[in-house]
Design a protein around this ligand. Sequence first.
Ligand SMILES: [Zn+2]
Length: 131
Amino acid sequence: MSFPLPEVTPLSKPYWDGLQNGRLRFQRCSACGHAWLPARAECPECWKAQWQWTDASGRGRVVSWVVYHHAYHPEFKDRVPYNVTLVELDEGPRLITNVVKLGNRRLGIELPVRLCIENEHGIALARFELD
Ligand SMILES: [Zn+2]
């Protein structure tokens, strides 16, 4: 079994290209100003399809997390225990990610984090570290 890679679509390609170039990008609605991740065709607030890609500051905070002690995919067996964390960016969008370079026991709600792009299997991934 090979490493599970994200499915890059024409809609999400700017997100993945941004990470490859060292930037975390999200969509912001041109009509109502709402900002979101992951990529979607319409604003989840007002349903208008008028938006643009915007660079995030890379700063955010931990909203919630879980620690996996069992690998549900063989490619992850050497990583356990690892965290899967919900981070809210300063600009509002939330993404599911990992907080790295910090022990899982040190994770906490409202913990300030900053973007830490890691390349893995040829793809740049948005992870976070303690800010
Ligand atoms: Zn909107």
